[in-house]
Every structure is written in C-alpha cells, then in structure tokens.
Design a binder for this molecule. Structure first.
Ligand code: FAD
Length: 536
C-alpha cells in the first residue's frame, strides 16, 4: 500500500520514509529525505538519517577512535556489517585515560607503566566538554555516560609571572585579583576618556551618560569619582576576611595599572567553548568510547591490528594487517572502507591511492601535545589554597597550566593533578626530557605555585603523554591548518576514491582538536557514504 501524501501529517516522517524506502528503493528514499530536509550534512546535534540499507554489505572501518566507533554504531543500525580494524589494544583512540597498569610506549623508546593508586586517573587526551558540543552530549545521553561538571576556571587559582620586573615578579596572584584589576583599571580610563571629551566623536551625549551609568553600576568604580578602588568584586584579602561582631574585614588593595600591564598571562578571555564550567565523563573520558564499544556486536573490533597496506580497487578494498602481538600478517577484503586513521598517520601507510589523494593526505599537519599528571596524598590546593578545580597559569619556562581535579572535591584522600599541559610550541621540548626529568620539571614549577606542598605531598606516582610520539596519532590533532589548505584538500578527502572514503576529526576546520569534530566528521562521512550507496 502506498502512503498517501495527505496522510503525511498523521504518520511520523520516519514511518513515511521507511515506507518509501520499502516501495521505491534507496534512491527514491534519498530524494524524499532531501525534500523533507532530513539529510542535513551540517547537522551538529544528531546523526544524519540514512536512506540506504546495508543488507549484510561489509564495511571495513579503520580505527576505533570516536570517529570509527560512531561510524560503526550508525551504519550497524542500518544493517551494514561493520568491522573495525584497530592497531591499539583498546578502543577510544586519543580519548584515553591513564589508570593503574596503563602502558605508554613512545616513539623514541620511552616506556611508562602507570602506577596510580586504585581509582585514580588522568585524562591524558580529551578532558573537557563544552555545552556547545552537542554531538558529544548526544552520545553521552544515548548511551548513559554520566557527565559531571569540570571546573575550567577557578577565580582563586593563581597567575604566576617570573619573567617580568617589579613587585609582581615571582609573586602568586589570585586570578580574581588580576582579572578584576584589569577590568576596573580599564573602566576607570574609559570613564576618564568619556569625561574629558576624548570620545565625543565616537558617541553622542545620551550614550555617554548611559555608558557612565553602566560603568558606575559595575561595582568596580567609585560611583561619584569614577575611579577604580578596592571593591567587592576583587574581594577581601584572606587574612583580613570579615568576621563577627565589629570585624567587617578589609577589602584588598588593587595593584597599580603599570604593574598589571607587565603581566602577559591570563589576558585572553575565556572563549565560548572554554567557559568556566564545562563537563567531563565521570570516572574518565574513556567511558565515552567504552560505552560505544559496548553496544557494538562482539568481535566487531579487531584489536592489535595495524593496517600496513591499503589496496583500493574498483569493486573492493583489500587491507593488509599486521598483528602487533604475534607479528602475523593477513589480508582482509571489504565492499567499502571508511578510514578514520588520523590524516598524518594514514599518509605514511603504503597504499595505491591516486597522487591527488596521497598529496592531500600528506598536506595535513599535526600539532604536538604534552600532558603530565602527578598523584598527591593530600588536597593541599583545596585545604590550604581554597582552589577547587580550575587551573593556575604561569610564564615559567616549559610551563603553561596546572589544572586541579574537578572530581572528588573536598575528598579526604589526595588526587591526581594535571600538573602541566602544553599544546603546540613548547611541548616538544618537554617530551625531549627523560621521564624523571619531566617529573622533576613539574615538581619545580609546582613548588613555585604551591611552595612547601608540591614535593611534600607527591607520592612518587606520575604519568606523562607525548602525543606526537604516539605512532598511531603522531600529534594531538591532525588537520589542514590554513584556509587555503582546507579549500584545496578537504574536497579531495571528502570525495575519497573508488571504494574508500576518509573521516575523522581532521574533517573539521575548527573542531579538529575536539571530540565533537571526530563525531561530526563521522556523521558527515556516513551521510556522504549513504549518498554514494544510494546512487549505486
Ligand atoms: C592532549 C589532547 C587534549 C584534548 N582535549 C580535548 C578536550 O578537552 N575535549 C575534546 O572534546 N577533545 C579533546 N581532544 C581531541 C579529541 O581527543 C580528538 O579530536 C578525538 O578523540 C579524535 O578522534 P578520531 O576518531 O578522529 O581520531 P583517533 O582518536 O586518533 O582515532 C583514530 C584511530 O585510528 C587508529 N590507528 C592509527 N593508525 C592505525 C593503523 N595503522 N592501523 C589501525 N588503526 C590505526 C588509532 O589507534 C586510533 O584508535 C584532545 C586531544 C588531545 C590529544
């Protein structure tokens, strides 16, 4: 029975489409979906609806990172037989968490075995999810991955600048102090400029009054004099905090503008995707890929299987795989291949791709990234420094940020702290250190942020990760950096050739270093894949 168009409001769009698919086939279904605007390639909050049915066709998916897992999840729902080929012994790709027993081997020969206490962990890859990343949240909801707040900014954490001159050199400054002083001092200058007519060409009298009223109402300026002075935004100094009876405490005194201007850290505003409160998977970010893996059919992921050659033919693809444990080599064949191996890695795998595709893949660049975490026996940052989550920043050589744990706040035990994270420049120098040197560097920096505590409460357990020394990642992210490179290469990569298409985080110009980029990249490519299968 064919669905009548006048009935369309009474049945769900999905049912309607299912009926079209049954009756007229996948090309008609694809056309109908386009008409109903359901095949948005740009959808960022849920996977695309697919028009084709797999009917047992085999799709080989290279890589069990988030892109590969999402590809398998969505195509399996449509009856494609998905087999994931993964070089590592676990899924998740870069979405990794280090716990006791985790082995990290680096190109260059360094080997670490994580010995954190039971229950302790460090997210060595992704560690924060902004509310804007709906694609990640979509799967966390669908698969029941519990998310908890990740405190990205704590106003009580420190800025520490030692490469400056003046009274703030080598002095820990609370972020609230510097942030508010910067804002207040600039407000005062602005108020003066409005008052002395310097902005007369920019705004009219009415708006000048409104602006002054706004400045006076922020609480940072004296209402009458419009000068910046001690205020409640900046708060009380800890040793003069208000008490009881007649003890009203004393507001802390602002720093001089000239001194503030010397400090070159903490200047950047939080971006919309790095707000003060973000989210993390409870128990470690690897819970996201593990939840995806659980819903896939057993044995649909072949672990320890390194792809060493890809032969792409007109009617099939033959993949040569080396077992990383036994060294055994075998070939497998698939009707289609979707590769989610990072572009910089696949560019180095032998293949029979055309020169255009080879050149496009080789044009992707990789960003180095380094993380190190140390375990402490006491939460001194909370108990002594009033810092709950957030991160301290410095200009110390080789240091960028020290991020405090957001889970187990107020807990009785210690915790693992991300003592240093560097992305891009500077991370290579840190990775060039031996493992003991990396730890020593972290302790030296940490002692400046938390004198007398960092070494004292470090329990000798640490883990570091150099992503550019991971042979299956070769960096924190692999993407086409410039607009020109993207315009030139992304169309080639999206097109793929013969029976192979490419996916992964590198497909996203802005989100290449985010999980949402990996997921949205996968959605984009399964949509692309669906189109091609529909066309036959
Ligand atoms: C340090 C760091 C911090 C990050 N922080 C965040 C964050 O806070 N929030 C966020 O959302 N994202 C973050 N990300 C980004 C996020 O982790 C990635 O974008 C995402 O995990 C990439 O997924 P993918 O599937 O595209 O690639 P991958 O996860 O790299 O998956 C590719 C898979 O291919 C496999 N592979 C490689 N070579 C072969 C081969 N020869 N044969 C077989 N398999 C192979 C790999 O082992 C891997 O499993 C961070 C990443 C890093 C490194």
């Amino acid at each position: 029975m064919s669905p009548k168009l006048d009935n369309i409001n009474n049945i769900s769009k999905r049912n309607f489409l299912e009926q079209i698919g049954m009756i007229a086939g996948s090309t008609a279904l694809y056309t109908a979906m386009s008409a109903l605007d359901l095949v948005h390639a740009s959808a960022k909050d849920k996977p695309p609806l697919l028009s084709t049915e797999g009917k047992g066709k085999t799709v080989l998916i290279l890589g069990a990172g988030l892109s590969g897992l999402v590809t398998a999840l969505e195509l399996s729902k449509k009856g494609y037989k998905c087999q994931i080929i993964e070089a590592r012994e676990h899924s998740g790709g870069r979405a990794q968490t280090a716990r006791k027993g985790k082995v990290i081997d680096e190109l260059g020969g360094e080997r670490q075995v994580c010995d954190f206490d039971h229950g302790q962990y460090l997210n060595i890859g992704p560690w924060r999810i902004p509310a804007e990343h709906k694609a990640v949240i979509h799967y966390c909801r669908e698969l029941g991955v519990e998310l908890e707040p990740m405190i990205n900014k704590s106003v009580h954490a420190y800025y520490y600048s030692e490469n400056i001159e003046g009274p703030l050199k080598g002095r820990r400054v609370r972020q609230v102090e510097l942030d508010v002083d910067r804002a207040g001092s600039i407000q005062e200058l602005l108020a003066k400029a409005v008052g002395n007519g310097s902005l007369d060409d920019e705004i009219d009298t009415e708006d000048k009054e409104r602006l002054l009223e706004y400045l006076a109402s922020t609480g940072l300026l004296d209402r009458k004099k419009l000068n910046y002075r001690a205020n409640r935004g900046r708060g009380h100094s800890i040793d003069q905090y208000p008490g009881t009876l007649l003890d009203a405490g004393k507001l802390s005194e602002p720093f001089e503008l000239a001194e503030l201007l010397k400090i070159n850290i903490g200047r950047r505003w939080n971006t919309a995707d790095h707000p003060s409160v973000m989210y993390q998977a409870k128990g470690g970010m690897d819970q996201i890929p593990f939840a995806m893996e659980k819903v896939l059919k057993r044995r649909s992921i072949s672990y320890n299987s390194e792809v060493t050659y890809i032969q792409n033919n007109i009617n099939n693809v033959v993949i040569t795989i080396k077992n990383t444990k036994s060294g055994k080599v075998k070939k497998i064949e698939g009707d289609y291949v979707i590769s989610t191996i990072p572009f910089s890695v696949i560019a180095g795998i032998d293949n029979n791709f055309s020169n255009d595709v080879k050149t496009a893949l080789k044009s992707a660049t990789s960003s180095p990234a380094f993380k190190i975490g140390l375990q402490f026996t006491r939460r001194f940052w909370e108990e002594d420094d009033m810092i709950y989550g957030g991160a301290s920043y410095s200009d110390m050589d080789g240091h960028y940020q020290t991020s405090y744990p957001s889970s187990n706040l107020f807990g009785g035990d210690g915790d693992v702290m991300l003592t240093n994270y560097k992305y891009g420049g500077g991370s290579v120098e840190l990775s060039n250190m031996t493992i003991p040197e990396r730890i020593e560097h972290s302790l030296t920096c940490g002692e400046k942020l938390h004198p007398g505590n960092f070494r004292k409460y470090y329990n000798g357990k640490a883990i570091s990760k150099s992503w550019h020394r991971d042979r299956y990642a070769l960096g924190g992210a692999s993407s086409f950096r410039s607009r020109r490179q993207r315009r030139k290469n992304i169309p080639i990569v999206v097109k793929g050739e013969k029976r192979i298409i490419f996916s992964g985080g590198g497909m996203s110009p802005y989100h290449a270093a985010w999980m949402t980029g990996a997921i949205e990249g996968a959605w984009q490519m399964i949509h692309e894949f669906d189109k091609r299968v529909a066309k036959g």
